[in-house]
Design a protein around this ligand. Structure first.
Ligand code: NAD
Length: 404
């Protein structure tokens, strides 16, 4: 059966998903059809339609909303939601209530309460809810996870997630710097909190401090935009398994950008390159008191049973990879193709998608917990914070002006 799919939100990310779609066609998947593109901004919807026509040979119909698309196409099976985050919940719930499966871009929703509403709607209607979290699908992150799980690092006791760059520039769109539509710490940080839990399991507690360094940001045309969301988050986290994490997200960084993701275990240390860079892992194992750095071939030899899933393997050209060299746009499209395939397969097989609502909500809770901790001055327990009630930070969001 062919999955009848609509894209809701035809801005930058919506149009990137069309390229991901094209990649799936390229590896022979013909079981998904893009039948509609929806956006109240007609120009963006037309750009998406034209991109689809060029790449897929299909010309999806244009609508200004999910509701209009569903009225015209009651046979719609599924949607991808690529609107700004403050609209994810309302669009997603409307679709689920109409019996349509939903894959929503990260972050799952703007707030935890909204995330719960979305998850409840999926549970109530029995439809699939997936969160499009692409970074973890990078083949290098898959390899890193397989190495950690194989136990070669011994007991992992510390993770470091640290990055810096982008100072005073608008990062992609001005709404990303407004709390009311999901500030930049949430927008970027949710990828990294998802990855921390992907690698080491659930986070128990976080403590954080944060700041808004830039009060306005300049876009590529030189225009300045007001900012009301944090752009600097520092913190520590404790995982349920006892490991600690050191956290830094500096989106006000001038000068050379910096990135570090490192896991320290009693048996060795694993350094992971920037997501989507294709760079090699840096793995050192301590044997008899001596550190030995492993080549990519030696890394793979440690995990003879490791293999990428068939979709990732087909897109990247091998089922066991320790590095790759591809233009960024190709890597990006491949990862979007992988998450779309997982969503479609989850629907067909009636199984959970890899990143379901709960995983998406946990990643959101952890990133907001870093910001909440600045308000409370204390540690934030994630399981408690997941209720979405009584948060000082969310009260501030609700009082902030709309961002787009
Ligand atoms: N996973 C990633 O790597 C990645 C990268 C970029 C963006 N994103 C996510 O994708 C989402 C969209 O980001 P973007 O950069 O494309 O934003 P964008 O501002 O470029 O596009 C958003 C689009 O949604 C449209 N829209 C607004 N209200 C709508 C509605 N009710 N129905 C349909 N469309 C509506 C807007 O007109 C706009 O065209 C965000 O959640 C963002 O975090 C993810």
């Amino acid at each position: 059966m062919t999955l009848q799919l609509a894209l809701i939100g035809c801005g930058g990310m919506g149009r990137r998903h069309i390229v991901g779609f094209h990649k799936l066609r390229g590896i022979g998947r013909q079981d998904i059809e893009l039948v509609a593109v929806c956006d109240p901004c007609r120009a963006n919807a037309e750009l998406a339609r034209d991109r689809a026509r060029e790449l897929l040979g299909d010309a999806p119909a244009i609508f200004d909303s999910f509701e209009a698309a569903h009225r015209a196409r009651p046979d719609l099976d599924a949607i991808i939601v690529t609107t700004p985050p403050d609209l994810h919940m309302s669009v997603g719930v409307a679709a689920l209530e109409a019996g349509v499966h939903v894959m929503v871009e990260k972050p799952i929703t703007l707030t935890i309460r909204q995330g719960r509403q979305l998850i409840d709607a999926a549970t109530r209607t029995g439809r699939k809810l997936a969160v499009a979290e692409n970074y973890r699908r990078d083949p290098i992150n898959r390899l890193a996870k397989a190495l950690i799980e194989s136990g070669v690092l011994g007991r992992v006791f510390l993770g470091v997630q640290s990055s810096s760059g982008s100072g005073e520039r608008v990062i992609i769109t001005p709404w990303r710097h407004q709390r009311r539509s999901g500030g930049i710490v949430v927008d970027m940080g949710v990828h990294y909190t998802d990855l921390l839990e992907f690698f080491l399991g659930p986070i128990d507690t976080v403590m954080g401090m944060s700041r808004q360094v830039d009060q306005q940001r300049r876009d590529t045309q030189g225009a300045w935009h007001p900012v009301d969301a944090e752009d600097l988050s520092v913190g520590v986290a404790r995982f349920r398994n006892g490991a600690l994490a050191n956290w830094l997200l500096n989106l006000a960084g001038r000068g050379e950008s910096q990135f570090a993701r490192i896991f320290y275990g009693t048996g060795g240390t694993l350094g992971i390159p920037r997501d989507r860079s294709g760079g090699e892992l840096s793995l050192s194992l301590r044997r008899d008191g001596q550190d030995a750095k492993l080549t990519p071939e030696e890394q793979l030899a440690l995990i003879p049973d490791f293999a990428l899933d068939p979709t990732t393997a087909a897109l990247f050209g091998a089922d066991r990879l320790a590095s790759y060299t591809l233009p960024f746009a190709e890597v990006d499209a491949n990862l979007l193709a992988v998450e779309l395939a997982d969503f479609a397969d989850a629907i067909a097989a009636d199984r959970a998608p890899e990143v379901a609502g709960l995983e998406g909500l946990r990643a959101l809770a952890v990133i907001y917990a870093f910001l909440e901790s600045e308000r409370t001055g204390g540690a934030v327990a994630i399981d408690e914070f997941m209720s979405g009630e009584g948060s000082l930070y969310f009260s501030e969001i609700e009082a902030s002006p709309a961002g787009h």
